[in-house]
Design a protein around this ligand. Sequence first.
Ligand SMILES: Nc1nc2c(ncn2[C@@H]2O[C@H](COP(=O)(O)OP(=O)(O)O)[C@@H](O)[C@H]2O)c(=O)[nH]1
Ligand SMILES: [Mg+2]
Length: 198
Amino acid sequence: MSQYPEAHFIKSANTRQQFVPDSGVEVAVAGRSNAGKSSVINVIVNRRQFARTSKTPGRTQLVNFFSLREGERLVDLPGYGFARVAESVRRHWGELLSDYFRDRKSLRGLLLIVDIRRKLTDYDRQMMAFAEDVDLPVHILLTKADKLKRGQAATALLDVQKELGGRATVQQFSALRRAGESQARDVLERFLGTAKPA
Ligand SMILES: Nc1nc2c(ncn2[C@@H]2O[C@H](COP(=O)(O)OP(=O)(O)O)[C@@H](O)[C@H]2O)c(=O)[nH]1
Ligand SMILES: [Mg+2]
């Protein structure tokens, strides 16, 4: 049973004029393409094809808005590889994302999805910089943890924590094994401000 029975895709946006109205609260999800972002969203919402059902060709290069509950959204940010797109496209997205982070009043936190085998890349550092500029809390999911041996995964976690130096929280995650699911959902709820007091 999903904790978000009313969750649904709202719309994709390619320009800020297409963003959904900036009211309520939302949490952004970012990650390089293929890092495992859609899989994380599917696990959090507990629906197999949730982040994919609305997938149309090129949707990975759009800002995708999902409703979790009334007035609470998840926003799937484009995760193209910075090196693989044309300079003009890169500039468009750089500006759109920096505007998004700077101006979005409903934005409460960033979930950054990172392949545990690659650790932080320049894309991730750029996303962190956008978030830090506006004092937005960041939580990193080191996903595909099932691809590493336990010891290797623990070392990767420590390496990332060391680089972050407390600027973000970080956890291991596996969509395949649904490992780290409740921790990720707790952080999401905390960012949204809907977590029940302990
Ligand atoms: N083994 C394993 N594979 C994963 C995991 N998460 C995603 N994948 C695979 O990685 C590929 C990219 O995943 P996807 O969620 O589409 O990545 P996105 O491009 O960041 O949205 C797909 O083939 C997934 O099945 C995971 O936790 N473990
Ligand atoms: Mg995806």
